[in-house]
Unconditional design. Structure first.
Length: 346
């Protein structure tokens, strides 16, 4: 920066650089250039930590965002400086027009990354078309490498389809293919080493996620395995594990076993939150903007869109919500007492 300031051209560039959108900057100076859009509340699995056992009350279809509304909102956010959009759900790949949505997002000027988080069941089948439409990055959820345990955790069959999806993604050149693994004591913490081993010959980034409290998932502090504990377990087997550098806004702490093709990461939302560098916003399938995953304040962009709000008005509404974003989430014990949506509906 000092070098830039000392040269005439550099000084000019710094003074005249396009400022990041004031509407997407909160009162703590966090610039939100990453938007997650939920395409559906439905899912073809029933994972224990995500969906309450009794299921969820689905929103009537007329109250969910239409494809056109999704694209209009995405266009608005990209115009304001969003560079990365991730499609989530529910399970985004069960939305019939998901390939078309990716294709329309791909046309938005200024958008650098289109990503999807999927349970992998439909992935192998759809991936060639998704890639052609412009999909850049993939996260696949997989909490166990044991087929029978998979059925127990997700309450459905499909382990082999998920594995097929992972291999298909590496085959089609996705680097890295991110694999999201929620670690739960008494479920799968005994598989940490198996997952690390999985990165030996494949360009994967296995991301171990601390178990988080959501409505209906019966969160329990005893079930949470902290990042430090996971790291200790892995280092006993691979003492040569090395830490990798990470981007400022990254939620993951990354490591690699030397000579392994892939790497592992830890997402420490509970034991060491990363709220200070949070650059994410979320739109739920029913069109609500959530500025924090664990916060229960929401504002309906759908209602404003449908009542004919202009782009300027929408941007003001978004800006006001971002401006109210708190410095950090309430902490794991408080979150577990708070009313929030189940994960499936976020």
């Amino acid at each position: 920066l000092q070098e830039l300031q000392s040269s005439g051209r550099g000084r000019f560039l710094l003074e005249h650089a396009a400022p990041f959108s004031a509407f997407l900057t909160d009162s703590f100076g966090r610039q939100h250039n990453y938007l997650r859009i939920s395409l559906t509340e439905k899912c073809n699995l029933r994972c224990q930590y995500c969906m309450p056992e009794e299921g969820v009350q689905l929103t009537p279809k007329s109250e969910l965002l239409t494809t056109q509304e999704i694209i209009s909102l995405a266009r608005l956010f990209v115009k304001e400086g969003v560079e990365k959009i991730r499609l989530t759900g529910g399970e985004p790949l069960i939305r019939p027009d998901v390939v078309d949505i990716v294709g329309q997002l791909y046309k938005l000027e200024g958008l650098k990354t289109i990503a999807v988080t999927t349970n992998g069941i439909n992935l192998a089948r759809l991936l060639p078309r998704l890639k052609e439409a412009g999909l850049n990055a993939i996260n696949i959820s997989l909490d166990t490498l044991v087929p029978a345990k998979f059925e127990f955790i997700v309450r459905r069959k499909g382990f082999h389809k998920v594995m097929e999806g992972i291999y298909k993604a590496t085959e089609l050149g996705y680097r890295p293919v991110k694999v999201n693994c929620v670690v739960m004591r008494g479920f799968n913490e005994d598989e940490l080493l198996g997952f690390v081993d999985f990165t030996k010959d494949l360009p994967l980034d296995v991301r171990f996620i601390e178990y988080m409290p959501f409505d209906g998932n019966k969160w329990n502090f005893k079930k949470m395995v902290s990042y430090k504990e996971m790291l200790d377990t892995i280092k006993q087997r691979w003492p040569e594990l090395e830490k990798l550098p990470c981007e400022a806004s990254s939620t993951a702490k990354s490591y690699k076993v030397p000579d392994f093709q892939g790497q592992i990461s830890f997402i420490t939302s509970m034991s060491e939150h990363f709220c200070g560098s949070c650059n994410r916003l979320r739109i739920t399938a029913d069109g609500n903007l959530k500025v924090c995953l664990f916060g229960n304040s929401e504002v309906s962009l759908r209602d404003h869109l449908r009542s004919g709000a202009s782009e300027e008005e929408l941007v003001q509404i978004i800006g006001a919500a971002v401006g109210r974003k708190k410095k950090q989430h309430a902490g794991m014990f408080n979150i577990s007492q708070m009313k929030n949506r189940p994960m499936i509906l976020i």
